[in-house]
Ligand binder design. Structure first.
Ligand code: TYM
Length: 336
């Protein structure tokens, strides 16, 4: 039996990197595996980001992230979809894994190094973040984890953590595998500076619920192949972020035409971007319409999440009992 788990931070509105890199896979795997597909908004992870310290902001961003996932097709009646802090076992298993995870391994995590280097004082939670992530996954004994490329190192650490626990206490956890969306491993930022990411600010991201006008304002000045100085200079769509986006949003015929037009200078960069906008509108308009409808029924969103947390607890509680009992905590086999 396959069990899928993935988590997403409550950053409010997801960007198209989240969407193509992960969220579409959540929906696809959810359709295949029903209640064995478990998705979580990881709000306990979020306060390691300065923007989420404010309590009102955290709950708004959590709600908005839930709404956006439902708008792309995640159905809380079919999969298990919930908010991490509503299932206490995540924190408990996270703590247990900190007991045996070497600090040196955590200090080697690329995301930690990147984030910590930008902070004056590093919260311990930022270092421990991947341990809680391992607990998120292993609490459900999940073996399949749909993520973008930036999470692969954390999934490898999760495998290590599972191996270490199994070695000490007997076979308990599977060693989960990352599932990557091949065409969208690392969606680039619209500002042309590396991966699209919220932590780099709004200028890097195209929001899933962003208006067409606002997307165009970012796309129009976006850098293209630097070889195309003049309109008549041929370019290489393989090294152009607009080419990358065409592959995500445009149909095969359009991609062929764009590739040919760019290489022969038959199409200019602005026209290429206008063609891209057609694909963007086609993809995002129905999602935005569903998001608007869901916003009018907030109780349905919250109800779906509460139902998801109840379902998640029924899986998490016995796994936690098993862990306590295997580790020898007094009275553990009596449950709680
Ligand atoms: P987060 O919230 O940063 O991102 C959510 C998902 O989106 C993917 N992603 C991208 N994919 C392609 N291109 C991009 N530019 C891009 N930006 C983001 C991420 O890889 C991720 O899959 N640590 C996780 C959350 C987490 C988690 C978990 C994931 C917590 N516990 C357990 C899986 C399993 C994170 O910060 O994702």
């Amino acid at each position: 039996m396959t069990r899928v788990f993935s988590g997403i931070q409550p950053t409010g509105e997801p960007h198209i990197g989240n969407y193509f890199g992960a969220m579409r896979n959540y929906v696809r795997l959810g359709e295949q595996h029903g209640e064995n597909a478990i998705y979580c908004i990881v709000d306990l992870h979020a306060p390691t980001n300065p923007h989420a310290y404010d309590p009102a902001t955290l709950s708004r961003l959590t709600f908005d992230m839930a709404l956006a996932n439902m708008a792309v097709g995640l159905d809380p009646g079919k999969v298990i979809f919930f908010v991490q802090s509503q299932v206490r076992e995540h924190s408990e298993l996270g703590w247990i894994f900190t007991l045996t995870t070497p600090v040196g391994e955590l200090e080697r995590m690329t995301q930690y190094k990147d984030k910590a280097s930008r902070l004056e004082s590093t919260p311990a939670g930022l270092l421990m973040y991947p341990v809680l992530q391992a607990a998120d996954i292993l609490l459900y004994k999940a073996d399949t984890v749909p993520v973008g490329e930036d999470q692969v190192q954390h999934i490898e650490l999760t495998r290590e953590i599972a191996r270490r626990f199994n070695h000490s206490y007997g076979d308990t956890f599977p060693e989960p595998k990352a599932v990557l969306e091949q065409g969208a491993l690392r969606v680039p930022g619209v500002d042309g500076h590396g991966k699209m990411g919220k932590s780099k600010g709004e200028s890097s991201t195209i929001g899933l619920l962003e208006s067409v006008g606002s997307i165009w304002a970012k796309l129009r000045p976006a850098p293209t192949d630097p070889a195309r100085v003049r309109r008549t200079d041929p370019g290489n769509p393989e090294i152009c972020l607009v080419g990358d986006y065409h592959r995500l949003f445009s149909d095969d015929q359009t991609v062929l035409e764009i590739w040919d037009g760019c290489r022969t200078a038959g199409i200019g960069c602005i026209d290429c971007k206008k063609r891209l906008m057609v694909g963007i509108e086609r993809e995002l308009t129905p999602i935005q319409a569903r998001a608007e409808a869901l916003r009018a029924t907030p109780d349905a969103v919250l109800g779906g999440l509460h139902h998801g947390a109840e379902r998640a607890r029924t899986i998490a509680a016995p796994v936690m009992d098993e862990v306590r009992s295997k580790m020898g905590f007094l009275g553990a086999s009596a449950g709680r």
